[in-house]
Structure formats: structure tokens, C-alpha cells
Design a binder for this molecule. Structure first.
Ligand SMILES: Cc1ncc(COP(=O)(O)O)c(C=O)c1O
Length: 212
């Protein structure tokens, strides 16, 4: 039989260690709705990602969709990147928003800020940009444009868990940032997603979302 060589493999903790961690969950019979393990994890993530307003989800896609939903964007155009997972565009469309694709930089495949302004119209409400393979977008340039045109910025940081720039966590760029903790990611929880909001007032709507 031919040996299968995988391009990548999920990291796994030692089986015994994992089972020991699970034992208190079994004992508590609290399997959903923010049980002890979930809240402990949330606390650790807040510290690691330097994020005060952080919420856990079943996967990265739902996290991004809710992140946009909770920002109460009532229609309009969103400037985004074509070089991403389909989830980024789906989250925009499923929120009733229209994606407008902006080309990427040749060196790291993140959205090219030099091309963003030419795509802004009176319908533009936000920029949804993706950090690619751990390379962060040009957050400074994007922030400058967003500030000038009063746009919200949401980062799809699915590939950027634990990445920092100048000591600042990827969680802290933009109005909201979403991480995926899917089994294919550098840090994973088998499936999972995280949303971090900069502003507490923006975060409050997540709590009334039925997904959280
Ligand atoms: C850039 C990007 N955004 C969103 C997602 C969706 O995350 P999830 O698979 O956790 O739903 C992925 C998953 O691969 C991704 O790579």
C-alpha cells in the first residue's frame, strides 16, 4: 500500500493529557453555554491575545458573520480581498452587504492599500481584509484610509493567531478581528472561532446573537 504524505497535519496533545483535561467537563455535565472550561479558555485567550472584548464561537465562519452582524451595517459596499477563504466573502454577502474586490500586494498577498481608495464610493461602509499565512495586512495604511472615509475595519485573522506587530496583537487592529481555531490552523481546538472587538459598545450586540 502506498504511504500517504499529507501536506499538513493537525497538532495533537498527548492522549492521556487531553483525557485528564476533559475529566472535569465530564463531571460537571456542563457541555455548552459557556461552561467552566469555555470560560477558563476565554480568560487565557484574553491575556494571550491582549483582547478585553473576546467571544468564542463554534467556528471561524460564524464568528466572522456575527462580527459583521453585530456592527449593524445596514447594507452597502464592503471593500475586501479576493485572496482569502470563501468564508470571508460569504460572511459579507450573508449580511446583505456587497463585496467589492480590491487586488492584493505581490509580496505577501494581503490587500493592497494603494488600490483601496479608488474603490470607495458613497455606498462603502467597511473594509474587510484578511491577514494571509501569518503576514499581517498593512494595518497602518488601512487605518488611515478608514479614518479619512469613516469606514469600519474588520480583519479576518483566521491565519494570524498569536501574530503581533510592534508588540501589538493581531486582535487589536481594526474594529473587530476574527480568528479561526479550526484543526488546520497553527493553534486549534478541532473547530472554533474567536471574535475580538476593540470597543465594548460594539461588542455588546454579540451577546444578543443566538450563536453566542
Ligand atoms: C482566511 C479564512 N477565513 C475564514 C476561515 C473560516 O474558518 P473556519 O474554518 O474556522 O470556519 C478560514 C478557514 O480556513 C480561513 O482560512
Amino acid at each position: 500500500m502506498k504511504k500517504q504524505i499529507n501536506v499538513t497535519q493537525s497538532s495533537m496533545p498527548p492522549y492521556k493529557e487531553f483525557m485528564e483535561e476533559l475529566y472535569p467537563v465530564w463531571e460537571s455535565r456542563w457541555l455548552s453555554n459557556r461552561g467552566n472550561a469555555s470560560r477558563k479558555f476565554e480568560g487565557m485567550l484574553k491575556q494571550y491575545l491582549q483582547a478585553d472584548h473576546l467571544y468564542l464561537f463554534a467556528n471561524g465562519h460564524v464568528a466572522l458573520e456575527v462580527a459583521l452582524n453585530a456592527l449593524y451595517l445596514k447594507g452597502g459596499e464592503v471593500i475586501t480581498t479576493p485572496y482569502t477563504h470563501c468564508s470571508t466573502t460569504h460572511a459579507i454577502v450573508r449580511n446583505g452587504l456587497t463585496p467589492v474586490f480590491c487586488d492584493v500586494k505581490e509580496d505577501d498577498y494581503t490587500i493592497n492599500p494603494e488600490l483601496i481608495e479608488s474603490l470607495i464610493t458613497d455606498k462603502t461602509v467597511a473594509i474587510v481584509a484578511t491577514h494571509v499565512y501569518g503576514f499581517l495586512c498593512d494595518t497602518k495604511a488601512i487605518e488611515k484610509i478608514a479614518h479619512k472615509h469613516h469606514l469600519l475595519v474588520i480583519y479576518d485573522a483566521a491565519h494570524a493567531f498569536g501574530v503581533t506587530k510592534g508588540g501589538i496583537s493581531a486582535a487589536n487592529f481594526g474594529d473587530a478581528a476574527m480568528f479561526s481555531t479550526h484543526a488546520t490552523k497553527a493553534f486549534h481546538t478541532i473547530e472554533g472561532g474567536i471574535v475580538c472587538y476593540k470597543d465594548k459598545s460594539q461588542a455588546k450586540y454579540v451577546k444578543i446573537s443566538r450563536y453566542y
